[in-house]
Design a protein around this ligand. Structure first.
Ligand SMILES: [Zn+2]
Length: 402
């Protein structure tokens, strides 16, 4: 086995198509032998549905997809980064979320990395956006890097951030996003001090004032005791974090309410309560109560299901005209996707059709996709993460999580 410190591909290897599946290389060889490798094609990225019965998804990874395909003589159209997308249009017709046109052999090897970039990031962004929708007024932080390969930590946190989460714990991720990283304290600090109060006080003494003082209150004693100890001993206490282990959770909501009560009656109404440890959609639904101020969410985000987007050839340019060539289950014809952004409704038509009217509000619909690459050149830049999350936050008001 060839030695490499970590099992990761380099940027250069990915950009050179080295992470592709072998059958694309073999296909190109066969096509070339028969003089078919320069055939011009039109391809679509689409899905037959989302995991976990999700009704909508947040498209992410478009920024990386553009960086992957830049410089290759193709045209790329896509829903913008951070768009809410559906598997079908309003009438139930399978809908592309991305379209590529060019010579097949110029982009075929990029099918594998292209899908990998958007499938995983979209799964994470969707999971994050669902939590955002369920608890719009609570603080939600991405804490799940430790369960995933470190090489993808910037992608995980980027996807959570554009979906609207309040912060990310990853140092490199935060640096790349241009935001301060978020975090409290690990159990290890308390274990090494051997005393909760000493550890909390040291945290307060050592760290700069802009870092919120959030005391971890579940290490050795009952949560109720520890939160009172923290409130009474840490001068600048912002809040407490309960990372109660599952073996002790009995009734977590009752534990949280008891902590809130004990803090309040002692005059610590401003001390916030944050919870972490195995938080997922079900927990967020249960714990979106006035007593909880925020959540640290781990594997539910970083290990979100990947979305099965696939890439299919739809039309082939042969004998000076476009030929319908889609496989079974896919819809023929070069298409255009239209959206009413007020109603979040999409319709597909053939490419040269006139703009349809929204079936709900009857206003004229607008093209949903943007051409990002023209003959290999990036012609439209992706906005910064801050802008993407702001735009998405408005659209998230139009969808629900059921
Ligand atoms: Zn409308």
């Amino acid at each position: 086995m060839q030695e490499r410190r970590f099992h990761v591909a380099t940027e250069e290897e990915i950009r050179n198509g080295k992470t592709t599946d072998i059958y694309f290389i073999r296909a190109n060889k066969i096509l070339k032998k028969h003089g078919l490798d320069k055939v011009h094609v039109y391809a679509e990225v689409s899905t037959s549905g989302f995991p976990n019965n999700w009704q909508w998804a947040v498209l992410a990874g478009v920024r990386e997809a553009i960086n992957l395909l830049e410089g290759h003589p193709i045209d790329l159209y896509s829903f913008p980064e951070g768009s809410i997308v559906f598997p079908t249009d309003y009438n139930g017709y399978r809908m592309p979320i991305m379209m590529i046109e060019g010579t097949y052999s110029d982009f075929s090897v990029f099918e594998t990395p292209l899908l990998g970039l958007i499938c995983q990031a979209s799964g994470i962004a969707t999971a994050a956006a669902r939590l955002r929708t369920l608890a719009p007024n609570k603080s939600i932080l991405s804490f799940g890097l430790r369960r995933m390969h470190p090489a993808i930590s910037p992608m995980i946190d980027y996807s959570c951030y554009i979906a609207g989460l309040d912060g990310v714990s990853g140092v490199l991720s935060a640096e790349l996003l241009g935001i301060p990283p978020s975090g409290t304290m690990p159990h290890a600090t308390i274990i090494i001090f051997g005393d909760q109060i000493k550890a909390w006080k040291a945290f307060d003494e050592v760290l700069p004032p802009e870092i919120p003082r959030i005391a971890l209150c579940d290490t050795y004693r009952d949560e109720r005791d520890e939160v009172v100890m923290a409130a009474e001993n840490v001068e600048n206490l912002t809040g407490v974090r309960l990372d109660t282990p599952s073996s002790r959770r009995g009734n977590f909501i009752k534990i949280i309410r008891e902590c809130r009560w004990e803090l309040d009656i002692r005059g610590y109404k401003d001390v916030k309560i944050f919870v972490s440890g195995g938080i997922d959609e079900e927990w967020i639904k249960k714990l979106t109560i006035p007593e909880v101020d925020g959540f640290g969410v781990g594997s539910y985000l970083s290990n979100a299901p990947t979305i099965d987007f696939g890439l299919d050839l739809i039309s082939v340019y042969r004998n000076a005209k476009w030929i319908h060539a889609a496989k079974r289950d896919r819809l023929n014809g070069k298409k255009k996707v239209w959206r009413c952004s007020k109603c979040l409704i999409d319709l597909i038509t053939l490419q040269n059709a006139n703009p349809p009217s929204c079936p709900k509000c009857e206003k004229q619909m607008s093209p949903a996709m943007i051409q990002f690459i023209k003959d290999g050149e990036i012609i439209e830049e992706i906005p910064p993460p801050e802008k993407i999350r702001k735009t998405l936050s408005e659209y998230l008001k139009l969808v629900s999580v059921d």
